[in-house]
Ligand binder design. Structure first.
Ligand code: DAH
Length: 355
């Protein structure tokens, strides 16, 4: 404000108090909010300068011109001063945040631990890869299964021990029992579901969970994983089964492995066998792992029983087939030297991260 104008304003009692109050207020206003507040007090619609100018119509023409001119000049001065102060304060605040809230974006971030697939998943994928390489398809079935698929269609008689309440989880609740429903005890029912919905030739494997009413220990768990296999075609013979499982076993455990078929009984295959691989620890000489026998059992297998074919509407005179079922945990334990099945389910990262 030039000196002349200042003198003129200071000579008028109304304008001089306004100017002095404004300048004193400005000295104390340090934040954006306080400066805005000050501006409102003087030049808003209810501000002191505005109020003063509202009185113009009541004044003598000469006085009106003087007051009008001074008022507008003062208003102009207040607005320009406030604008300058605001931009100064904003600039200072920006500088302050830049100093105080400084971040070094070149610092490395907090490491986020990277997870990996569970060993059981990995082993299932390994098994799938080997069979997919032989032309098999991967299929799945439900874990809550009908008694019919789990037992009856698989030619399993009512007196079979695995049908008892001691061995199998049936679906029983306070709201009602479902005696026909159970947690499947093996992945074999998927065989039936696939055959019911498809015509041969058929080459499938079915990985998944199975449940048994077992007491947990180093080799038993109420839930474990199996991979079921089924091949149905014209003229499939036991030697096809042997060749397929030998190839699988050597791919899985090493080319130097021997494979042995021991006669056994399963309701859904005839003839049936249990399949052993030469001990991976002692290579057949006999040790603690194989309990001195030199062999480790890895799965059950056999030629599909004609009754099973009849149950799904296949003609056993036209087609033959083989089936097999293996425990994934057991294969993982043998391949990776894991002494206790419970290690898979305890979610101890120190164990899981090793694989
Ligand atoms: N389901 C049998 C089990 O859980 C394993 C098995 C044996 C499956 C022979 C088969 C088979 O398909 O042919 O012990």
């Amino acid at each position: 404000m030039n000196e002349e104008l200042r003198r003129e304003i200071l000579g008028d009692p109304d304008f001089s108090t306004i100017l002095e109050d404004f300048e004193r207020g400005l000295e104390h206003a340090s934040s954006v909010e306080e400066i805005e507040e000050l501006r409102r007090a003087f030049v808003s619609r209810k501000g002191r300068i505005t109020e003063l100018l509202k009185r113009l119509p009541t004044l003598e023409p000469g006085e009106r011109r003087r007051v009008g001119r001074l008022g507008n000049l003062l208003k102009d001065y207040v607005e320009k001063t406030v604008a300058r102060r605001l931009s100064d304060v904003r600039e200072m605040e920006l500088r302050r945040t830049l100093v105080e809230e400084w971040v070094d974006i070149t610092l490395p971030g907090d490491p986020v631990p990277r997870g990996s697939l569970h060993l059981i998943t990995r082993v299932i994928e390994e098994i799938e890869d080997i069979f997919v390489g032989m032309g098999y398809q991967v299929v799945e079935g439900p874990e809550v299964e009908l008694d019919y698929y789990n037992f009856e269609a698989l030619n399993t008689p009512d007196w079979h021990p695995s049908k008892s309440l001691q061995d199998t989880f049936y679906l029983i609740s306070p709201y009602g029992d479902y005696p026909d429903l159970l947690l499947r005890t093996h992945t074999s029912p998927v065989q039936i579901r696939v055959m019911e919905s498809t015509r041969p030739p058929l080459y499938v494997i079915a990985p998944g969970k199975a449940y048994r009413h077992d007491v947990p220990d180093a080799t038993h768990s109420i839930m474990m994983h199996q991979v079921e296999g089924l091949a149905v075609d014209e003229d499939i013979s036991f030697s096809d089964l042997k060749g397929t499982l030998e190839y699988f076993t050597r791919r899985m455990f090493g080319e130097e492995r021997e494979v042995r078929f021991r006669p056994h009984f399963f309701p859904f295959t005839e003839p049936s066998a249990e399949v052993d691989v030469s001990c991976i620890m002692c290579r057949g000489k006999g040790c603690r792992l194989c309990k001195g026998s030199g062999w480790l059992e890895i799965m059950g297998a056999g030629m599909v029983d004609p009754n099973v074919f009849r149950n799904v509407g296949y003609d056993p005179e036209e087609v033959t087939g083989f089936a097999f079922g293996m425990g994934v945990e057991r294969i993982a334990m043998l391949k990776y030297g894991i002494p206790d099945i419970r290690l898979f389910y305890e979610n101890d990262v120190r164990f899981l991260a090793q694989f």
